[in-house]
Design a protein around this ligand. Structure first.
Ligand code: GLA
Length: 377
């Protein structure tokens, strides 16, 4: 029997895409804090701050430019950045020189949500342009595509860009943003997506964050795994409309959900509370656990609920969440987790071992707060 030497080549593009986002993408995105007030200089300063603040070392590597960077197309149809971003290739080189990666944003429609130029009828050309600049991540936002396509066409429309990105030969994470329509979790990966938004836009409020995180991810866990993730939207930690207790709850819930961790605040000026929250390495390890399982709710009692996420070494991450307006004493029974006997418990926010504990763990959980523990197998 002769071996055919080059069959692997056939699969090289698919493999490239599959190797991306083996754990939920981590980084920063400009939209939540800056919206249209973003420019190349600020992106450079953010990249600097990602390094100096320890964000990069904690795993936040993507620096993602959201909407409003686009200018006009030139005579050949090549999309140009606008005056806020005079040199995209130079910016990408700068971000790469810091050991970080860079992301960009577009729409399958003629215009983006903020009214800038979209990729409609220029999909392959735009993918080539971004690859030539050195782009590593694309967020592709439905927006005005609703005027030119039917919702049922979403899988094919997204696959068109997914294929165009693969054809560049550059590994580019593909982030689908169409607000969870058409049960995107069922076809997002087949369209080449590495993550897909499951809901409309998050706002920096307890109401928005908690309703997206607690109520709208139920039943989606089976669709998450290495290379393809549910995306409950970018973080609002440090954007000042939730307090530190609520921000901790937000970060805890996103980690339990194996959600992408895209900071949405100004990294150049973080408070100590914000740093403590975004840089909690024990919590990040739960989000980034290589088993890639999205956590689920195991018990709910009134306004308190307990979630569990299985981890690759056999431990379980367990989060006790209090959505009530008053502090609550909460109890997790080992039987709720399907275990018996004594287990080592580690408190992930206090960075403290709690000893070998039998039968149950109890904790006082602040209003709108979270207690997260790691229960050894
Ligand atoms: C949509 C997206 C947001 C953001 C804006 C930009 O609303 O869901 O995340 O990208 O567009 O215009």
């Amino acid at each position: 029997m002769t071996l055919r030497p080059f069959t692997g080549l056939l699969f090289s593009c698919a493999c490239l895409a599959q190797q991306l986002a083996q754990t939920p993408p981590m980084g920063w995105n400009s939209w939540n804090k800056f919206a249209e007030k973003i420019n190349g200089q600020t992106v450079k300063e953010i990249a600097d701050a990602m390094v100096s603040s320890g964000m990069k070392d904690a795993g936040y590597v993507y620096v993602n430019i959201d909407d409003t960077w686009q200018g006009k197309r030139d005579a050949e149809g090549v999309l140009q950045p606008n005056e806020k971003f005079p040199d995209m290739k130079g910016l990408a080189d700068y971000v790469h020189s810091k050991g970080l990666k860079i992301g960009i944003y577009s729409s399958p429609g003629p215009k983006t949500c903020a009214g800038y130029e979209g990729s409609y009828q220029h999909e392959a050309q735009d993918a080539q342009t971004w690859a030539a600049w050195g782009i590593d991540y694309l967020k592709y936002d439905w927006c005005s595509a609703k005027d030119v396509y039917k919702d049922e066409e979403m899988p094919a429309v997204y696959k068109k860009m997914g294929d165009a990105l693969k054809a560049t030969g550059r590994p580019i994470v593909f982030s689908l943003c169409q607000y969870g329509k058409q049960k995107v979790w069922e076809w997002g990966a087949a369209s080449g997506g590495n993550l897909w938004r499951t809901t409309g836009d998050i706002e920096a409020s307890w109401k928005s964050m908690s309703s997206i995180g607690f109520d709208k991810q139920t039943g989606l866990d089976q669709y998450a795994g290495p290379g393809h993730w549910n995306d409950p939207d970018m973080l609002e930690v440090g954007n000042d409309r939730m307090d530190a207790v609520e921000d901790k709850c937000h970060m805890s819930l996103w980690a339990m959900l194996a959600a992408p961790l895209l900071a949405g605040n100004d990294i150049r000026s973080m408070s100590d509370d914000t740093k403590e929250i975004l840089l909690n390495k024990e919590l990040i390890a739960i989000d980034q656990d290589k088993l890639g399982r999205q956590g689920t709710r195991v018990t709910k009692d009134g306004r308190t609920e307990t979630w569990m996420k299985p981890l690759s070494n056999g431990d379980m991450a367990v989060a006790m969440f209090n959505r009530d307006d008053r502090d609550q004493l909460m109890i997790v029974k080992w039987s709720d987790l399907g275990i018996t006997g004594k287990h080592e418990v580690r408190d992930v926010w206090h960075h403290a071992d709690r000893g070998r504990i039998k039968d149950l763990f109890e904790a006082e959980v602040s209003s709108h707060g979270a207690v997260v523990i790691r229960v050894a197998k």
